[in-house]
Each structure stands twice: as C-alpha cells, then as structure tokens.
Design a protein around this ligand. Structure first.
Ligand SMILES: [Zn+2]
Length: 296
C-alpha cells in the first residue's frame, strides 16, 4: 500500500510538473500570438481608421447628390467634403449639399421631367422689375443660399436683383421662338436663325432655368461684366455655392451658349470652390468627377 502510494505520489508529482510545463508553454504561446496579433492590429487599426474617415464623407456626399444623379458612386475622384456646418448669412449651411444635375444641349431633361417639382415663390424684394411674375420661382432647397448671397451683396452696397429664375417648358418655347423670329426678321435663313437663337436662348428642355437652380442677375447685357455686382459675384458667389455658368473661353464645351456674365447656377459650396480652383466649367467638372451619366 505504502509502495503503491509512493508510486502514485511520484506519478502525481510528475503529472503536476508536466501540467505546469504545459501551462507555461500555453501561456508563452498565447503571449507570442497576442504580441504578433497586436503588432498586425496596429496596421489594421490605421487602415480601418483611414477607411472609416473616408467612407462617411464619401457616403454623405453621395447621399447629398443622390437625388440628382444615380452614378455618383462611380466617381473617380471623391467630391470635396467639409465636416462642419458653414455659417452662410443667417443660417448654418452644409458645404456638402449639392445640386449636380447637368442640363445642356446634349443633355436635355427627360420627357417625363416634372418642371414644377420643388419650386417656391421667392419674395418680390429680391426681383428686379415688377413684371414677369412667372419668373419669381426657384428651387426651394437653394433659396436660403441665394437669399444669403443677395443679402450679403446688398449689405456690401451692391445693387443686385433677379430678373429671371425658374422657367417652365412653355415659357422657354416662347422665349426661343421670339429669338428665332428676331433673326428671321434680320433676314437670316430658318437654319441660321435657329442657330443664332440657340446660342442666346437655350432650346426648350435644355435650359438650366428649368431646374430652378439658375438665376439671371440685373441685366442680360454682356456689359454686366463691368459692374460692381459682377465683380462682387466673381469674388463671393462660391461661398454660397454658385458658379458663373457660361465662360467666354468655354463656349465649345458648354454647348455653344454665349458668354453670360449674368447667369449664375447653384452647384454647392465645396463644388463651386473646387471648380474655381481647377478652372473648370461645369461640363468639365462633371466629367472629371464622374458625376452623372452625361453625354460630352
Ligand atoms: Zn440664364
């Protein structure tokens, strides 16, 4: 009994020893695995942090533009992003808020487009001239930006007023046909008269005014570029998300529309600033960013 007990005790001691060694080995392995894993974890942590940094801004921008275009997710260059609200006049603006629809002679509005959707009547004190009440409408989402811009200009002593904003299809037809008649009366052929008209008044269905995102200020004379109002807009409009749409040098790209220093279009604060930095017109910018499924 004593012998067997001693042998059992010896076995027990050996088992305890082996068990301890195993525990130490397991602990050592766990430690090594943990060190290696945490070393890799640093890299993963960084890279996942980077992707979480870029993902929200990208998705935020995409959600902002999703109402206008469906293929922004294929954008080769992420749209610029500003995380915090921007104080624009009396309200906190979202610099990421965009209206990216591109409308030109090659990219007319679809046949089933609802021209009246999302429009509001803006206060008459922002208009110039009392007539043409039909033009006193604008996309309601951009009105706070436009109002803030005009208020700021007026506070700086700049006399500025809207002579034309939203237009429905029928109004554009009237304007376009009046232009054609003007050139026919000068002795132009029908084809030449239509060409001249189209460079001055967009063909119905292809005018940016249909979107309610564009406004004409003060006068449709090219001498507008010599006014204090134009100078002010050139310096400040981007801070409110507006761009001058039809540059002198970009006629071939914008669809043959003549230089229109009076015509300004809302795109969004970050986009307006980036476009001006790049020196791109809106067609070039959309192509560069992969915005929309447009024809160039
Ligand atoms: Zn215009």
């Amino acid at each position: 009994m004593a012998k067997r007990s001693k042998r059992q005790q010896a076995i027990l001691r050996r088992n305890i020893f082996l068990g301890s060694v195993s525990l130490v080995l397991v602990a050592a392995i766990v430690l090594i695995v943990w060190v290696v894993a945490s070393g890799l974890g640093d890299n993963d942590g960084n890279s996942s942090e980077q992707s979480t940094n870029s993902t929200p801004s990208q998705s935020q921008t995409n959600s902002d533009t999703s109402s206008d275009t469906s293929s922004d997710t294929q954008s080769p260059e992420p749209l610029p992003s500003t995380p915090d609200p921007v104080q624009v006049g009396e309200f906190e603006a979202d610099a990421n808020f965009t209206k990216t629809i591109l409308v030109n002679i090659k990219n007319p509005l679809p046949k089933n487009h609802d021209y009246k959707a999302n429009m509001m009547v803006f206060p008459s004190e922002y208009k110039w001239y009392s007539q043409a009440e039909v033009y006193r409408k604008i996309d309601k989402d951009i009105w706070p930006y436009l109002k803030a811009m005009m208020d700021a200009a007026r506070a700086d002593g700049v006399d500025i007023g809207i002579i034309s904003a939203w237009r429905d299809y029928g109004t554009q037809v009237t304007l376009y046909e009046a232009q054609i008649k003007k050139w026919l009366d000068k002795g132009y052929s029908q084809a030449d008269a239509e060409k001249e008209a189209a460079s001055r008044v967009a063909v119905p269905g292809t005018s940016e005014h249909h979107t309610g995102l564009a406004v004409d200020f003060n006068t449709t004379q090219q001498s507008f570029e010599n006014t204090k109002a134009f100078k002010w807009l050139k310096e400040n409009a981007e801070n409110y998300g507006f761009i001058m749409r039809y540059e002198k040098e970009k006629m071939d790209i914008t669809g043959g529309i003549i230089y229109e220093p009076w015509h300004w279009r809302f795109v969004g604060i970050n986009i307006a600033k980036e476009m001006n930095d790049l020196g791109y017109c809106y067609e070039e910018y959309c192509q560069y960013k992969g915005i929309g499924d447009y024809v160039y």
